[in-house]
Design a protein around this ligand. Structure first.
Ligand code: HEM
Ligand code: HEM
Length: 186
């Protein structure tokens, strides 16, 4: 089933909420583990980030084949433009974050593992236990910066996106949020 003005497809709704909840959790865990140096959470953050990347790519394919859903409400032109910009931003950021994460870890010599399944071996420095030999230190550093910046940017975009969704629901009282929750509107 394709998206329509009255009802969104199950695919759009499932992909939206699976990705939304995962991204919100990954940003929260990412900031927490980094600020508190909780290294035990790193493998969990990386594994879920790599698994959700597959779902993110499926959503990109779905968006390309299905197009963007038509607005549920009669938005003003500036609202339409802002919403479109944020939606594009969110989709692009959800692709960039796992890629920068994988580049940072992989090129930094930490390897890539999904719940213990090794995709790329780590390269430990045998002279300095606990340290890694980077495959490409400067590139890993750039990827690290991108991941950190991307994390802050997506957090701001999610807040704006959430504010928009709540405005539609409580102030404009239109069906935008209800449609994303599966309801048929008008
Ligand atoms: C959509 C997926 C992801 C999101 C939303 C996300 C988000 C974040 C955020 C917000 C931080 C905290 C950054 C900071 O404040 O310094 C972080 C840290 C980190 N992320 Fe991700 N991440 C994702 C996927 C990944 C993946 C796939 C990997 C690696 C395979 C990864 C590896 C890391 C590492 C190693 C850190 C800690 C960096 C440090 O110690 O400074 N992330 N992530
Ligand atoms: C915080 C809770 C969230 C709520 C209440 C929410 C609500 C909504 C609603 C109501 C729409 C439909 C907008 C329309 O019809 O014009 C929508 C679309 C969208 N949302 Fe969210 N959202 C949330 C979190 C997220 C997150 C975390 C992301 C991505 C990281 C995201 C990405 C998108 C995208 C890309 C669209 C465009 C339609 C699509 O591709 O599925 N949302 N959201």
């Amino acid at each position: 089933m394709k998206d329509s003005k009255e009802k969104l497809s199950g695919t759009t709704i499932a992909l939206h909420w699976i990705i939304a909840l995962s991204i919100i959790s990954l940003v929260t865990v990412g900031v927490y583990m980094t600020n508190t140096n909780t290294y035990a959470l790193y493998p969990l953050h990386k594994s879920i980030g790599m698994l959700i990347f597959v779902v993110i790519l499926a959503r990109v394919v779905w968006r390309i084949s299905n197009g963007w859903p038509e607005s549920a409400a009669d938005h003003k032109t500036w609202e339409k433009k802002l919403a479109k910009f944020i939606h594009w931003f969110l989709i692009i950021a959800t692709v960039m974050l796992p890629i920068s994460g994988m580049l940072m870890s992989g090129l930094g010599g930490h390897g890539l593992h999904i719940f213990g399944l090794e995709l790329l071996a780590s390269t430990p420095n045998l002279d300095e236990p606990g340290k890694m030999i980077p495959i490409n230190g400067p590139m890993a550093g750039i990827a690290h910066e991108m991941h950190e910046l991307g994390g802050k940017a997506i957090f701001a975009a999610i807040l704006l996106h959430l504010a928009g969704a709540l405005k539609h629901h409580f102030i404009d009282k239109d069906g935008t949020l209800r449609r994303m929750l599966g309801a048929r509107i008008k």
